[in-house]
Ligand binder design. Structure first.
Ligand SMILES: *Cc1c(COP(=O)(O)O)cnc(C)c1O
Length: 499
């Protein structure tokens, strides 16, 4: 076993095995000293458990240390750079956390009388207002709980609008570079999904889009900037073509971080866009949530937004809770209660503390950082599309040709260097893709360390040390996982029954 290529620079807590808490059991040991229970009437008829229930015996300091050590094995944005493309892993300012923990927000219950939660309702409205201003869109549906949930909501709104005009359309067009959630959401909404190819510049092929548009197309879903990290430069013409076909223009706004404060999606002709508060607006994500995916809407789509929503008049704030109560045409409800209110608190704290000029600078710095990576690494790695890029830098695996090292092997070796790997094999339009999104969080010093690490590994790969990569990672408690096992496992291979 040879040493890592570069000195370990990032996170070190990964290295030691931590036994299960059950393996640390010392029978009889306990962290609490409870009095013997007073005798009670036994209503279980003698069926009560007689023996131990099998909880491990540990003292309080042993429990605390066990869980602290486990927490240190997690790689997180709070531990080091996390350049996962298309995920916008940015720092969550601690001010956000402080605000979310204010008892008036943290302690409210969704079933409280509205007169007692006026502040929380005002906050939902204010967060929506900021999103409206930043996107130029007149309305926003706040309740979706993730980006993919926002996509489904947006498509259900579009379907409701089309049905209302007696126009049942069947197809949704999605570029082949799209995030997998886009075709999945359209299919979940009952649409036939059709893929639109990219051109040699990594953008949507406008000719192919125009050829595919027709009277049965409900929507075109575009990500802008797209998942190749490129601005869709034909977007105005795309919007015109989509509208001329009577379809709606859906934008996947997960990459809004690149343009926030600089470009208003409404000015690009977009009808509907979800925003990942857990990306652009710094609320925590990873590990499955809790996310938040509000959807901004054009005037044509606004009436179909789901309940509940907040309205205000001279008596204060209240909620429109049901379709019957609404004077618009909500398609129904997409989520219990009002959305992820804790995320709204964090996002609003972030927006208010940065202000509109600060948000614009977020986009500028994020784009600058990505271009710094692209310019610094384009001769070491290989690039499918010429820069400049937007918020993320895309590389392909041609630099690994004939080395016996794959994109996956390269990523595994990065773990030993103390960094979370970039996104791999996505977007699908690029062979062996490596997609890096540094976000504005990272300093030049951190980027320089990262660049030196990637250059060191690339040199090692080109120098013929493929075995080193095949054995990585070596410094983690679990070594190389067999990721092909999932494909062989009949349970994980499950797919929904055909109807
Ligand atoms: C993250 C992402 C999504 C999905 O968002 P979730 O909150 O993870 O459901 C959709 N599209 C793109 C481009 C993304 O990056």
């Amino acid at each position: 076993m040879s040493a890592p290529a570069v000195t370990i620079t990032g996170h070190r807590g990964l290295q030691h095995e931590e036994p299960l808490i059950f393996e640390r059991d010392s029978p009889g040991m306990t962290g609490v000293d409870l009095p013997e229970p007073a005798p009670v009437n036994d209503r279980l008829g003698g069926l009560g458990r007689q023996g131990r229930i099998g909880l491990p015996g540990l003292s309080e300091p042993e429990v605390v240390r066990h869980y602290l050590r486990l927490s240190q094995k997690n790689y997180a944005i709070d531990a080091g750079m996390y350049p996962l493309g298309s995920c916008t892993m940015k720092h969550n300012p601690r001010l956000n956390e402080k605000m979310a923990r204010l008892p008036g927000f943290a302690g409210v219950h969704p079933l409280q009388p509205v007169s007692t939660v006026q502040g929380a309702l005002e906050l939902i409205g204010a967060t929506g207002h900021w999103l409206s201003v930043l996107t130029g869109m007149p309305a926003v549906a706040m309740s979706p709980a993730a980006g993919a949930h926002g996509e489904l909501t947006g498509l259900m709104i579009i379907r409701a609008a089309l049905e209302d005009r007696g126009d049942a359309r069947k197809r949704v067009l999605v570029p082949e570079s799209a995030h997998g959630t886009n075709p999945a959401s359209a299919a979940a909404c009952g649409y036939v999904v059709e893929s639109i190819p990219a051109n040699e510049r990594g953008r949507v092929d406008l000719g192919a889009l125009k050829a595919a548009l027709g009277p049965d197309v409900a929507a075109f879903m575009l990500t802008n900037p797209n998942t190749c990290g490129l601005f869709e430069s034909d977007i105005i013409e795309i919007a015109q073509a989509v509208h001329a076909a009577g379809a709606f223009f859906y934008c996947d706004g997960a990459n809004f971080n690149a343009i926030v404060g600089r470009v208003r999606p409404a000015d690009l002709g977009i009808d509907c866009m979800h925003i990942n508060l857990h990306k652009t607006f710094s609320t925590p994500h990873g590990g499955g949530g809790p996310g938040s995916g509000p959807v901004v809407l054009s005037a044509a789509l606004a009436p179909y937004a789901p309940v509940p929503y907040v309205v205000s008049d001279k008596n204060g704030f209240r909620l429109v809770e049901s379709v019957e109560e609404s004077d618009a045409k909500p398609f129904g409800r997409i989520k219990g209660f009002h959305g992820q209110v804790g995320m709204f608190v964090r996002a609003l704290a972030y927006m208010m503390s940065l202000g509109s000029d600060g948000l614009r600078q977020v986009a500028e710095d994020a784009v600058l950082n990505a271009n710094y990576l692209l310019a610094s690494l384009k001769d070491t790695l290989s690039v499918p599309f010429e820069g400049p890029c937007m918020h993320e830098a895309l590389f392909d695996d041609r630099f690994l040709k004939d080395t016996g090292v794959s994109t996956l092997d390269f990523a595994k070796a990065m773990i030993d260097e103390g960094f979370h790997p970039m996104t791999m094999y996505f977007p699908l339009v690029v062979h062996g893709a490596l997609l890096m999104e540094p976000t504005e969080t990272e300093s030049k010093a951190t980027l320089d360390t990262f660049i030196a690490m990637v250059r060191g590994l690339a040199e090692r790969a080109k120098g013929g040390d493929a075995d080193y990569f095949h054995g990585a990672p070596r410094l983690t408690p679990r070594r190389r996982l067999d990721e092909t096992a999932a494909a062989r496992n009949p349970i994980l291979r499950w797919s929904p029954p055909a109807n």
